[in-house]
Design a binder for this molecule. Structure first.
Ligand code: IPM
Ligand code: MG
Length: 360
């Protein structure tokens, strides 16, 4: 197969981890007879530095013309980087929000899985970690509070900031359907997380999702309030299979879920639209504090590349090969600094990439 991929390495540790994912993809290409054609594009701080804009329309157009986007991370230190002196719509994050919107990537899949080998990295009680967990957070990505109208102005002499949270039934239905479709292929359970005791938008989410649930009688469906969900994630994460939720709740809960896996450096993500097109990126950020030191964990990005093979190219065997290679290096005891126990030997970012590539 001939696969055309836009590669956006981005800022911080992005270039380091994406380089390792490309190394692993090339190993897959060699073994299974596929060609991965990469076109490298700029987004985030590096694009601001070059074009004065975190994401140019030309970059969007090129990305759209490909089959998929492989992304590292964007952004820098919000306290010290000059990027954060710019108006909000010119900062690195604006590029990320724009590409999601422009490419219609409404469904964000964030798996959180506890590797048996990393149980000790899990910050939860041993009795909880022992049981393990394997969930998929389905976060709505192009609506809600992050895309609503917002402004700050003086109202009656008082400085007032307004952010608006809007969802229509179509936006809810399309992601609910994706959530149930994915649950069918997993443990067949969907938990809708909302704040229906307060928010109108949440009540609409419940109504629409309940309708969708009727088409999937084999899937167990439940609702949970978001504050309770935050608690349940640390109390009993094994109860979750697919967690379906709106944009901001998903943003927050996916970070919480990633933390209980031991390291955010292990978690992949996929952002999909209605077609096979997808944008694949690690769940973690640009980690400017460790950038350029070759110590970042490339596994999240490598697993994101596996998701790309699975969801965009339907190459399940090849995706399995990557996931198995990751399991293997962990079983063999190789660890980057973020997942190493005190005193355990550590490998660098590029070594980890090579170890995985060699096991494809
Ligand atoms: C994420 C990030 C982004 C988001 C930020 C950088 C805008 O936190 O992908 O979770 O909130 O969507
Ligand atoms: Mg986030």
């Amino acid at each position: 197969m001939n696969c055309n991929i836009a590669v956006i390495k981005g800022d911080g540790i992005g270039p380091e981890v994406v380089t390792e994912a490309m190394k692993v993809l090339d190993a897959v290409g060699k073994k299974f007879g596929h060609t991965f054609n990469y076109e490298q594009l700029l987004m985030g701080g590096c694009s601001i530095d070059k074009y004065g804009d975190p994401l140019t329309d030309e970059t969007v157009a090129i990305a759209k013309s490909k089959d998929a986007v492989l992304l590292g991370s964007i952004g820098g230190n919000t306290q010290t980087s000059p990027w954060y002196k710019l108006p909000p719509n010119k900062r690195p994050e604006a590029g990320l929000l724009k590409i999601r919107k422009e490419l219609g990537l409404f469904a964000n899949l964030r798996p959180a899985y506890l590797y048996p080998e990393l149980k000790e990295a899990c910050p939860l009680k041993e009795s909880v970690a022992e049981r393990g967990f394997d969930m998929m957070i389905m976060r709505e990505l192009t609506g809600g509070l992050y895309f609503g109208e917002r402004y700050t102005k003086e109202i009656d002499g008082v400085m007032t900031a307004v952010d608006t949270l809007t969802y229509n039934e179509n936006e809810i239905r399309r992601i609910a359907v994706k959530g149930f479709d994915i649950a069918v292929k997993r443990r067949k359970k969907v938990t809708l997380v909302d704040k229906a005791n307060v928010l109108d938008s949440s009540r609409l989410w419940r109504k629409v999702t309940e309708e969708v649930a009727k088409d999937y009688p084999e899937v167990e469906y439940e609702t949970m309030l978001v504050d309770n969900a935050a608690m349940q994630l640390v109390k009993d994460p094994a109860q979750f299979d697919v967690m379906l939720t709106e944009n901001m709740f998903g943003d927050i809960l996916s970070d919480e879920a990633s933390m209980i896996t031991g390291s955010i450096g292990m978690l992949s993500s996929a952002s999909l639209n209605e077609t096979k097109f997808g944008l694949y990126e690690p769940s973690g950020g640009s980690a400017p504090d460790i950038a350029g030191q070759n110590i970042a964990n490339p596994i999240a990005t490598i697993l994101s590349a596996a998701m790309m093979l699975r969801y965009t190219f339907d190459l399940d065997k090849e995706a399995d090969a990557i996931e198995n290679a990751v399991k293997k290096v962990l079983e063999e005891g190789y660890r980057t600094i973020d997942i190493a126990k005190p005193g355990e030997p550590q490998v660098k970012c590029d070594e980890m990439g090579s170890l995985i590539a060699e096991r494809i």
